[in-house]
Design a protein around this ligand. Structure first.
Ligand code: ADP
Length: 360
């Protein structure tokens, strides 16, 4: 197969480019076909463990139809939640050493963002997404280090909808209050009004998530519609007191389920729907611009252009680490959204290979 030549060539180029930039990683995850989707019409021609991906539109064959992409990792349809987490775990653990980490899920609605971040259900642990696995892991490790470092873990959860930030763990009303983490300046999410809740166990976490979900649902728009048009940010703040040196370390982890990236047909959308679409476009491209600027080590990083990038400013750039999950729907009907998702991903990873090299 001449692909192997192309792949090897691209791998070399990719590795060279990767060496230049340390802290931005892009993982691609392809979700399986759902019942009713025609499995013979997959746009994914090749998904390699080394991060190579070839997409092809099986209906419109043509010499330019085949496109090659390269990411840090590609997870095929068969990848389990556990496998996906395994490659994310070192990043998450670094939070306990004082790093700031942002993990995003990007992609069109229905491509598996929420599946990756939260999981399809909470009842079975094997279903847990990155959010729950991360907290579970952070508890486990902080516990195992308790003879040398005393950790405290605090959680915030906000939603950004139409460039407005809303605290999803607001303690007004009848919900049970788990206690506000008393700290003047948490490093990380700069939401002065969002409540911070200390958590000690998965029971605490699950209780908070329920509050968050309930709060998210109480809006005029149905939950699943709203969640596809807003960003949700779960922020986990860690403080550790090193008992030997008596020093304090802080780290934080932001887990962001982004609004659906699909383009809205301007001729059809009007009123609120058009306004939502414009806010989503604006904030996703602002995020892309920030990560791109960081990957290029640019002297100007345009954080001010959206609420999301403003909120996450202290956790994007510098020593902070960023991981983007790029979610794909393999269905041929999603081909053009898949390509635009992959173009976004290429741009933020700073590595654009694309058709030029795959057309040989
Ligand atoms: P998004 O958050 O991007 O809108 P969802 O996470 O809601 O997408 O996924 C859409 C549908 O696909 C859901 O029914 C979900 O359970 C299913 N799904 C997504 N990813 C997977 C996966 N890796 N394995 C099995 N089902 C998945």
């Amino acid at each position: 197969e001449n692909y192997h030549v192309v792949l090897a060539e691209n791998r070399k180029l990719y590795n060279e480019v990767q060496d230049l930039k340390g802290n931005i990683r892009v993982y691609c995850r392809i979700r399986p076909f759902l019942p009713g989707q025609n499995q013979n019409h997959s746009t994914i021609e090749f998904a390699g463990e080394d991060g190579e991906l070839i997409v092809n539109n099986p209906i419109k064959q043509g010499k330019d139809s085949r496109k090659l992409f390269k990411f840090n990792k590609v997870f095929s349809q068969a990848a389990s939640q556990e496998e996906v987490f395994k490659d994310t775990q070192p990043l998450i653990r670094s939070v306990l050493d004082g790093y700031n980490v942002c993990i995003f899920a990007y992609g069109q609605t229905g491509a598996g963002k929420t599946y990756t971040m939260s999981g399809p259900s909470l009842s079975s642990k094997s279903d847990w997404g990155v959010n729950y696995r991360a907290l579970h892991d952070l508890f486990h490790i902080s516990h195992s280090r308790r003879s040398s470092i005393m950790y405290e873990i605090g959680v915030q959860m906000v939603e950004i909808y139409n460039e407005q930030v809303r605290d999803l763990l607001s303690t007004n009303g009848p919900q049970k209050r788990l206690g506000i983490w008393n700290t003047t300046q948490p490093n990380g999410l700069a939401v002065p009004d969002a409540s911070m809740h200390s958590v000690n166990s998965m029971t605490d976490v699950l209780e908070l998530m329920n509050i968050g979900m309930t709060n998210r649902a109480t809006s005029a728009t149905a939950l699943n519609e709203r969640s596809s048009r807003s960003h949700s940010v779960l922020s986990i703040h860690v403080r550790g007191n090193d008992l030997k040196t008596n020093t304090l370390l802080r780290g934080c982890l932001h887990l962001v389920d982004l609004a659906g990236s699909e383009r809205v047909d301007r001729s059809e959308a009007t009123g609120d729907r058009l306004k939502e679409a414009q806010h989503i476009n604006k904030s996703l491209s602002a995020l892309g611009d920030v990560i791109f600027a960081l990957a290029q080590k640019s002297s100007h990083v345009p954080y001010r252009n959206s609420k999301l990038t403003q909120l996450l400013q202290s956790s994007l750039g510098g020593q902070a680490k960023t991981l983007m999950f790029v979610q794909l729907n393999p269905d041929v009907a999603s081909y053009s959204e898949t390509i635009s998702t992959l173009k976004f991903a290429e741009r933020v990873s700073g590595v654009e290979l694309g058709a030029a090299r795959s057309n040989k």
